[in-house]
Ligand binder design. Structure first.
Ligand SMILES: [Zn+2]
Ligand SMILES: [Zn+2]
Length: 141
């Protein structure tokens, strides 16, 4: 287990995530919601226990945006209210103790992690090359 620090763009919010060896990598998500929320072609994520994430600075400054996924269940996106960086998402469909961490905001992780999988590959843009095992939507559970 290794501890990784992260912070939002403006620095108002900072956090620490304790990641197991098999969590030290990026899961690329190509879904249309990620495109829309990031203004880019995919996001970098990892699924971790909620208890593995500690907001060390500015928790009160986090905003929450909720949308409803295909399952009809809520997806709560926690972001810095000042600069709008998304820290993590909580998908109700995953249960109360699991969150989706944005690995692209980990100071060391963004540089050292490798792509481990790609999800929602069906929405990958035509000019993007495959860089890891790709699932059409989600991996079979
Ligand atoms: Zn910020
Ligand atoms: Zn996505």
């Amino acid at each position: 287990m290794t501890s990784y620090k992260g912070q939002c763009h403006c620095g108002n919010t900072a956090w620490e995530a304790k990641l197991e060896a098999d969590q030290q990598g990026h899961i690329l998500c190509h879904c249309d919601t990620c495109k829309s929320l990031s203004g880019s072609t995919f996001t970098l994520n990892q699924i971790i226990p909620k208890a593995a994430l500690t907001i060390t600075k500015g928790e009160a400054g986090l905003g929450k945006y909720t949308y409803y996924g295909e399952s009809g269940k809520g997806v709560h996106c926690f972001f810095c209210k000042n600069c709008t960086s998304h820290v993590y998402h909580h998908q109700e469909v995953m249960g109360p103790d699991t969150i989706v961490l944005r690995t692209g905001l980990l100071t060391e992780g963004i540089k050292s992690f490798e792509p481990k999988a790609e999800i929602f590959g069906k929405a990958r843009l035509g000019w993007e090359k495959e860089v890891a095992t790709t699932f059409e939507t989600l991996p079979p559970s």
